[in-house]
Design a protein around this ligand. Structure first.
Ligand code: SF4
Length: 345
């Protein structure tokens, strides 16, 4: 038994969207076997103090029996119950009138909704037409039911102007005032996202810091800490430390619908895979989890940040990053470059 807690975050039902910024990486939907949940809890039970089970990794409450599912997740978890987050399925909010009642019953006070501009761009980036209108409708339903919507907008060189229009739209719709009427609040915020998973593919259109519209600066997440890539390279060019993710406290595992497991540090790609629960030895899998022994982390332990900057940094780029996101971007470039090649051979 390890004196650690583990959370199992399982892609049991998939997601209706295919967002271009998805840090997990887009994966096919596949409904897992009925008994997958108990199998997974039983797998980890002998080794950990507590096992917390989440039946969704991508879209929360995407399965039709979401209320029963929430009860089961609570029931099969051992010593630590799952939490609700400020997240919900906007796909379901607009299709299922019972769902908003369920959200209230489980005490959800705020729901975050994601935009990429106005209709055409939001539909394009979410990966299906109708998504933008659904987000507006979901906002209305949330307010009617005294739940505060929170709008996050992903900015890049393509979306930046429309995000200004989106901010104006939120003002025209008087969302803030409507939330105040029931004692809630409305937050609008903008950011570029980390640069992993699907979002790494958008590196070429990542916003240059000087192109962030002035009107959006008050809404930009931690704007005071936003640097250009050039500034990041300058700060890190003599940094001899290693950038290695580590589980300080609880371990959180992301589990695919084919039983591949990953730490929740970054994207779910082959190089970051711990192993497969169905095809590999259980004792060996547990050892890899405890020792954090996976290809990408072993590579990270053997390359310094200054080497990463030298090999993968663009010292002339003005793309906007927070420093920690930039380090993770550099590491993922290296992982893809070195381990991605060996995976192909
Ligand atoms: S970002 Fe969320 S909603 Fe979008 S594809 Fe990924 S898991 Fe689904």
């Amino acid at each position: 038994m390890y004196k650690k807690s583990i959370s199992l975050v399982v892609d049991m039902y998939g997601c209706p969207n295919r967002c271009k910024h998805c840090w997990l990486g887009n994966m096919p939907n596949r409904k897992m076997e009925e008994n997958a949940d108990q199998y997974l809890v039983d797998y980890f039970k002998p080794y950990f103090d507590s096992v917390t089970y989440y039946s969704w990794l991508r879209e929360p409450d995407y399965c039709p029996e979401y209320a029963k599912r929430w009860i089961t997740d609570n029931k099969i978890s051992i010593n630590k119950k799952p939490m609700r987050f400020e997240l919900a399925s906007f796909w379901r909010i607009v299709r299922d009138s019972n769902y908003i009642i369920f959200l209230k019953e489980v005490n959800v006070k705020v729901v975050q909704l994601t935009f990429f501009g106005l209709e055409k761009l939001t539909d394009k980036y979410i990966g299906r037409s109708g998504a933008f209108q659904e987000l507006l409708k979901a906002t209305k339903i949330l307010i009617e039911n005294k739940i505060s919507p929170r709008w996050q907008a992903f900015i890049n060189e393509e979306t930046r102007n429309e995000i200004v229009d989106l901010l104006e739209l939120s003002k025209e719709l008087k969302i803030h005032e409507k939330c105040l009427e029931f004692g809630g609040g409305f937050k609008f915020f903008v950011h570029s996202g980390s640069c992993d998973g699907e979002n790494a593919k958008l590196y070429n259109i990542r916003i240059n810091k000087e192109n962030i519209p002035i009107k959006l600066i008050p809404y930009y997440l931690d704007y005071d800490e936003v640097l250009t890539e050039q500034e990041c390279c300058d700060i890190l060019k003599s940094d001899s430390s290693h950038f290695v993710y580590h589980n300080d406290g609880d371990i959180v595992l992301n589990i695919s619908n084919t039983y591949d497991i990953y730490f929740n540090f970054t994207q779910m790609s082959e190089e970051w895979k711990i192993g497969n629960l169905k095809t590999e030895d259980q004792v060996e899998i547990i050892r890899r989890i405890i020792k954090e022994d996976i290809p990408a982390l072993n590579l990270a332990r053997n390359i310094t940040v200054e080497e990463l900057v030298q090999k993968y940094g663009d010292k002339n780029s003005h793309k906007a990053f927070h420093l920690s996101d930039y380090k993770s971007y550099l590491l993922n470039c290296c992982v893809k470059d070195i381990l991605g090649k060996s995976n192909q051979t």
